[in-house]
Design a binder for this molecule. Structure first.
Ligand code: NAG
Ligand code: NAG
Ligand code: NAG
Ligand code: NAG
Length: 225
């Protein structure tokens, strides 16, 4: 009796610190160094094969993880990245400068579900795969193709491929109305990354937003292939 109470108390104490956070294991399988960033979560340097274990508050919404590339600190300690830069800070507090491949998520939403997708709404820089580690039937989301290598010239920038909205900023490509239809650029992204979010106009039928039960743990792999 006494020992089972002690055991229950011990289990409770062990579980408490974890019950309000979801662990994201972020892995760099690229042959080059990246500087992943997370909101919330900050950012850090990740050399090839290194892992960043990031606990994120389970009630968080509008969250994102992305990679920055080709970063260097200048003499006054500001970080300058070729893609994904966030106001020259190592610890990001704002979204990255396009282009960058995005993992987006909202935890513990309606019906205790986590919602997530891989999005090309801010373009593409590094291939990524987002998968539940355990506790969910979904196989996750990915954009693993080398989009930059095949990027149309008008969208291409050093280190990445812009979404056409970033370049043209008009209704056709930004789809402010939600029903702008499709076009050659959307088809280009869709052909390389069929599961990724590209435009609200492409979301009917084959929606890119996936769900897992709240409490699921996740893995983010950059350069999964
Ligand atoms: C990363 O790990 C893979 C597989 O274990 C290995 O082949 C590769 O050489 C490693 N890369 C670096 C930079 O350590
Ligand atoms: C999670 O976020 C909520 C709402 O912002 C906050 O009240 C709570 O203290 C946070 N929990 C942890 C473990 O950070
Ligand atoms: C470092 O970068 C910051 C932000 O771009 C800039 O304001 C500052 O002048 C730079 N410092 C040096 C020494 O180049
Ligand atoms: C970093 O910049 C160099 C020089 O512009 C380029 O060759 C290389 O591909 C870039 N690396 C990444 C990961 O984008």
């Amino acid at each position: 009796m006494a020992s089972s109470t002690t055991l229950s108390l011990l289990l409770l104490l062990l579980l408490l610190p974890f019950s309000h956070s979801t662990t994201f294991t972020i892995i760099n399988h690229c042959p080059y160094t990246i500087w992943p960033a997370a909101i919330p979560g900050g950012g850090r340097q990740l050399n090839p094969n290194q892992t960043w274990t990031l606990p994120i508050n389970s009630t968080t919404t509008g969250s994102r993880i992305w990679a920055r590339t080709n970063c260097t600190f200048n003499n006054s300690g500001h970080l300058h990245c070729q893609t994904g830069d966030c106001d020259n800070l190592l610890q990001c507090q704002t979204s990255g400068k396009p282009p960058n491949t995005l993992v987006e998520f909202a935890l513990n939403q309606f019906n205790h579900q986590d919602l997530f997708d891989v999005s090309l709404i801010d373009g593409f820089n590094v291939p990524v795969e987002f998968t539940p580690v355990k506790g969910c039937a979904s196989s996750g989301a990915r954009c693993a193709a080398d989009v930059t290598a095949q990027c149309p010239a008008v969208l291409r920038v050093p280190g990445g491929c812009n979404h056409p909205c970033t370049v043209f900023n008009n209704e056709e490509y930004c789809c402010f109305s939600g029903n702008c239809g499709t076009n050659d650029y959307f088809r280009f992204f869709k052909s390389l990354c069929p599961g990724a979010y590209i435009s609200p106009s492409l979301e009917t039928g084959q929606a890119s937003t996936l769900t897992c039960p709240s409490g699921t743990q996740y893995r983010v792999v950059f350069c999964p292939n």
